[in-house]
Ligand binder design. Sequence first.
Ligand code: SF4
Length: 409
Amino acid sequence: MFYNWCMTDAFVKLQEIAVNMHLEPAEETNLNPAPEVAPCGQVVAPRSSTAQPRHTAAKQAALGISHAVMPGGKTMPQLKTLLTTACERNCYYCPFRAGRNYKRHTFQPEELAKAFMQMYRAGLVEGLFLSSGIIKGSVATQDKILETAEILRQKHQFKGYIHLKVMPGVEKDQLRHAMTLADRLSVNLEAPNDKRLALLAPKKVFFEELVRPLQIIEQIRQEEPAHLGWNGRWPSTVTQFVVGAVGETDVEILSTTEYFTKQLHIQRAYFSAFSPIPDTPLENHPAENPMRKVRLYQTSFLFRDYDFGLEEMPFDQQGNLPLDIDPKLAWAKDNLSHNPVELNRAHRDELLRVPGIGPKHSHTILNARRRGQLRELNHLRQLGIATKRLAPYVLLDGKRPNFQLPLDL
Ligand code: SF4
């Protein structure tokens, strides 16, 4: 059955588009993910529910199906594709840029909606992430994206997850329309400011085309009733940066990330480590070290979930994070080594500053304290809390616990 679909025109297009979709991380895990490292320092193992027989995973990837990790941890097979791989813009890092010698594919909204529903009914996918190259301007392109989502919602009565890309510089009414159709919207900033963007995507205008839509979406979320949104709530927003292509520093990326997280309430920033594409202006630029991306993710989560600020991060003189230590651990070494946190008295925000303690573990500790004193590391282990990372930075009933120094991962 799977092979029969792959013989149709639509599925051949999906396969050929999928080859170049790696620059859109959306919310998926990779098929063979490097372990994600949470800001608390715990390595987050891939969930067993995402584990696929290798051949099935490869077939799915070939069609553009990835496994998204949703809020709450549920995983979901998602079709990630484009309405068209033709584009009139010329972003320097992009395989779909204008003028590149590359076979292009275009879907009509009805055609893509139909292909998606075939996959959905066959149990191959549960959600859609839809982007597009830009043809005849952003407004016309966004209309096609909206038309596809509307066909899915109205004609096919699809109630599942839809993530729509917002084209640069679209109109307010289009944004509001997208907010009535999608669970999530993304506006890719690509670079942390206008100067860096000019070196990366010279036809995109940072403030008017990229920042403004995120501001308008937030304004609508604040001023208009949420029941107007899809499923009775407004969609979340995310953005993405291409990291390591134009000399931007971590301070630049993270100051922009902090602003958008705290002021415009984006759900998360995605970081794509730059990798050169043949026949683009950056084809000879070296690929970025993937560990830089890990440190950026950790820091962005510290802003979002741990209330850390930019000024607390351990930047070097060039404005970059060290790659050999996670930023929360570096902060703890400087600030908690001689000033450990008493786990029996600390407030939640103080607990969250301790390596190895995240929102879930802080909740567990606060609950356990109501039942009695935490006197030894074993009490924490009995609560399901690993103690190697936190031990050097805490007091238990006024005493430092015995510990071995952990590795700086
Ligand atoms: S607008 Fe830029 S990033 Fe988007 S498809 Fe076109 S060239 Fe690629």
